[in-house]
Design a protein around this ligand. Structure first.
Ligand SMILES: CC(C)(COP(=O)(O)OP(=O)(O)OC[C@H]1O[C@@H](n2cnc3c(N)ncnc32)[C@H](O)[C@@H]1OP(=O)(O)O)[C@@H](O)C(=O)NCCC(=O)NCCS
Length: 134
């Protein structure tokens, strides 16, 4: 069951008050056998968004080391405008943890629907591909 968020209210998330890290629109080639967008597609968009934030914090290369939480709350459909929001929630010696969530608006419907949330961990790496201190 979809959880529409009334425009301007965003009851589930404060994220939509900020700028998304990325926006994307899934294409027909991105659907699974149910006709909805493949979960791997949205995870890759989230990974790209989290990587942008992590790389800004570390001022250099990062690698994704783990996805420690991932929830798919509602389906994404071809043509939805998909916006990924994120914030750095933790930094360690070499790692950065980013909380990400994905909101969509569907065609001809102004409601904002929260579709996924996840926690992605990145490691700052040097030219040798090994962890470097933040
Ligand atoms: C990222 C990589 C360089 C880290 O090397 P490593 O030897 O595993 O590094 P470490 O064990 O020293 O851990 C580095 C940091 O990551 C954290 N970390 C490692 N595994 C983790 C996990 N499963 N969950 C959460 N954090 C993790 C460690 O706690 C550490 O954090 P800290 O320095 O802030 O305390 C290496 O694992 C790698 O190259 N992985 C492949 C990356 C990749 O290709 N990603 C794309 C996926 S297709």
């Amino acid at each position: 069951m979809a959880e529409p968020i009334a425009p301007g209210k965003y009851a589930l998330s404060a994220a939509a008050h900020r700028e998304p890290v990325i926006r994307a629109v899934p294409m027909p080639s991105d659907v699974n056998s149910n006709g909805d967008v493949f979960g791997g597609w949205v995870m890759s968009q989230m990974d790209i968004a989290g990587g942008i934030l992590a790389s800004q914090v570390t001022d250099g290369r990062v690698a994704t080391v783990a996805v420690t939480a991932m929830t798919f709350n509602n389906p994404i459909r071809v043509g939805d405008v998909v916006s990924v929001y994120g914030e750095v929630v933790k930094t360690g010696t070499t790692s950065i943890t980013v909380a990400l969530e994905t909101l969509v608006t569907r065609r001809k419907d102004p409601s904002v629907i929260r579709v996924t949330e996840g926690t992605f961990v990145y490691v700052a790496i040097g030219d040798d591909g090994r962890p470097r201190k933040l």
